[in-house]
Design a protein around this ligand. Structure first.
Ligand SMILES: Nc1ncnc2c1ncn2[C@@H]1O[C@H](COP(=O)(O)OP(=O)(O)OP(=O)(O)O)[C@@H](O)[C@H]1O
Length: 311
């Protein structure tokens, strides 16, 4: 289990990470998403003990990670910038890491390299960007880490390689309980593979949930009270006859209308929606599931609305 508690980090007076809490369950795949510059890389660097937080604690199974070789031997970090690996070949790196990591498994390296068709004697700096990532993945899996920490690793890889990498991650989680923390802007893939999602903006966590829970209480609704009734958008919720007042019982993130049909993004449980439909009796009431990308955008928009309304 990784536990981040009340962590802050500033650079030259800029508070890049602002009092965050995160809990990563053992064996899970934990997705870190956020806008550019929101603080993802800063968090991952602190998780790996590369950077030290200004305040707060980061614990791996109850033990701090910073300057702690015992914890670092159990984790593999793939940063966004792979310059460190550039001067070396895969074989040279395998010899180096083979001495550092107690569970080093040369057979896994062989199998993974066969899948990726990489030359073990070529310098990493001479490989393409995608091949460099594949090489560092292959080395990482050979270290059999308990924790795999990945900074935008799949972005820029071809679909076949991405599929193979997700198979390896999911397989290691299932077979030996490996825990993965992964940042990416590819929300579609994160939605397909992550157990939990942590979304950050301006250094603050604004969502941290199991993905299934997150998707079960945010919905898009299509509602109509019939062609004679004015839409909620037109009536501004003032006409009880149309059932419009009932929207006040919903937690509406966004609302717009087209003719007599209202579209709403709401944050409510299925039971609350059932109660709304039973009380308001709309002629049309459709619930459409939202993608992670849509949830992220609506939640972020709402945060910005709240922020701008305070100005
Ligand atoms: N070493 C540093 N010195 C000064 N400022 C930094 C440093 N590292 C990060 N920052 C600042 O901290 C903030 C968060 O940066 P970070 O790289 O963590 O964002 P990110 O979410 O990973 O962004 P992206 O999605 O664009 O990769 C930014 O405002 C960035 O300019």
């Amino acid at each position: 289990m990784i536990e981040v508690r009340s962590v802050t980090k500033s650079f030259d007076g800029l508070r890049a990470i602002d009092d965050i809490d995160m809990t990563v369950k053992p064996g899970s795949i934990y997705g870190l998403v956020g806008t550019n510059g929101s603080g993802k890389t800063t968090i991952l660097n602190m998780l790996c003990g590369v950077t030290r937080q200004d305040s707060g604690t980061i614990m791996f199974d109850g033990t701090p990670v910073y300057e702690n070789p015992a914890v670092k031997q159990r984790l593999w970090y793939i940063p966004d910038d792979l310059a460190f690996y550039g001067p070396y070949t895969i074989n040279e790196l395998a010899r180096f890491f083979g001495r550092m990591f107690p569970h080093w498994n040369a057979a896994i390296l062989d199998v993974t390299l066969q899948h990726f068709h990489l030359d073990r004697d070529k310098r990493i700096s001479r490989m393409s960007k995608g091949m460099r990532k594949q090489a560092v993945f292959a080395l990482g899996f050979a270290s059999e880490p308990d924790y795999l920490i990945l900074d935008e690793p799949i972005d820029g890889l071809d679909p076949l390689v991405r599929k193979r990498i997700w198979e390896l991650i999911v397989g290691a989680s299932a077979d030996r309980g490996m825990t993965t923390v992964i940042s990416s802007h590819n929300l579609r893939e994160m939605e397909g593979f992550c157990d939990s999602i942590c979304a950050i903006d301006h250094g603050k966590v604004f969502i941290e949930r199991d993905l299934d829970d997150l998707k079960s209480d945010i919905h898009k609704l299509q509602v109509s009270f019939g062609s004679n009734a004015s839409s909620a958008g037109n009536a501004q919720g003032s006409d009880a006859r149309t059932g419009i007042d009932a929207y006040r019982d919903l937690n509406v993130l966004k609302q717009w209308s087209s003719g007599s049909v209202d579209f709403l993004i709401v944050k409510n449980s299925q039971q609350e929606l059932d109660r709304f439909a039973a009380a308001a009796k709309p002629v049309i009431f459709d619930r459409i599931p939202l993608t992670l990308e849509e949830i992220f955008i609506y939640e972020l928009d709402r945060g910005n609305d709240e922020y701008t309304s305070r100005l």
